[in-house]
Design a protein around this ligand. Structure first.
Ligand SMILES: [Cu+2]
Length: 126
């Protein structure tokens, strides 16, 4: 093998490595774009007339759920204490919001600490 063909074969190998790298980078970007879209998703739940509307929401993992109290009465968004559930919202006055990004899969039940008949569920899926 002379020096010309040796360097030519090195160039071919480098080209193959670059091609493989480019393919994996493109695949990685696709996955990232998909994850970013899920992470930016939000779902709104309003609190009005002493009820969570809608009481049951199903969201993809990474979604942020935002509760807004439209009642004059104070309410809370208080979850059963399980892995992946948010901490208590504490008191929400009229117009206040509480938000939590759900990163764990599961079914999360919550209620209002002042009005136990007010309850809701967040189902987090793939
Ligand atoms: Cu309440």
């Amino acid at each position: 093998m002379d020096s010309t063909s040796r360097s030519a074969s090195r160039i071919v190998r480098l080209g193959a490595l670059l091609a493989a790298g480019v393919v994996s980078v493109v695949a990685g970007q696709r996955v990232e774009a998909h994850e970013v879209a899920a992470h930016r998703a939000t779902k709104s739940v309003t609190i009005s007339s002493y009820a969570f509307r809608s009481p049951v929401v199903t969201v993809k993992r990474g979604t942020t759920v935002v509760w807004t109290n439209q009642d004059d009465a104070i309410h809370t968004v208080s979850f059963a204490t399980v892995h992946g559930a948010p901490h208590d919202s504490s008191d929400l006055a009229h117009g206040s919001t509480f938000r939590h990004r759900f990163t764990a899969l599961g079914v999360f039940h919550y209620h209002c600490a002042y009005h136990p008949f007010m309850h809701g569920t967040v189902k987090v899926t793939h």
